[in-house]
Write a protein that binds this ligand. Structure first.
Ligand code: AMP
Length: 152
């Protein structure tokens, strides 16, 4: 694998092609209880906070909810998403290389990155999506090697 920038299989776009572009967002005015319910229902670990559904106002991950529960106890569930979210969101583009995104997540200690195009939300990539893609690529490569050996 050469890993050149823009190579389709190596970019964020290849993940969006596999998983789709739907992003579930929440409002800063929603409660943490509502956010936790949405995360459980959708089976994901973070929600983009957006009033318009297009721009990114913040990100709320399960870790933010755990943090608030540790600090405020059960009362945390009635607090607002806006009180717990991270407002300074690191985003990426469709053409970014997956390895670069992975390095950023690892360095900055988070597992989710909204994908932005022309200032608008067009997808979400998580560490799980990246792991899934890496595993699929490894299977693909192993199968190509097996075919090569069998054919010779
Ligand atoms: P995570 O590991 O993604 O569950 O998130 C850990 C912490 O990083 C939480 O406080 C999140 O709000 C925050 N966080 C998650 N994703 C991002 C992101 N793309 N940019 C900035 N902060 C983030």
């Amino acid at each position: 694998m050469t890993g050149r920038r823009g190579e389709p299989g190596m970019t964020v776009q290849s993940i969006l092609t596999a998983k789709g572009t739907e992003v579930v967002s929440t409002s800063a005015k929603a409660t943490l209880r509502e956010a936790a319910e949405a995360m459980t229902k959708g089976k994901f670990g973070a929600l983009v906070v957006s009033e318009s559904g297009e721009t990114v106002d913040g990100i709320l991950s399960e870790r933010d909810i755990v943090h608030m529960v540790a600090e405020h106890g059960a009362a945390a569930l009635d607090l607002k998403v806006g009180d717990a979210m991270t407002a300074n969101v690191v985003t990426c583009n469709r053409t970014d290389r997956i390895d670069d995104i992975m390095a950023q997540m690892s360095e900055r200690h988070f597992r989710h990155m909204p994908v932005i195009e022309d200032g608008k939300l067009v997808g979400m990539v998580s560490m799980t999506d990246i792991m899934r893609k890496k595993l699929a690529d490894l299977h693909h490569e192993a199968s190509a090697l097996r075919d090569f050996i069998r054919g010779h």
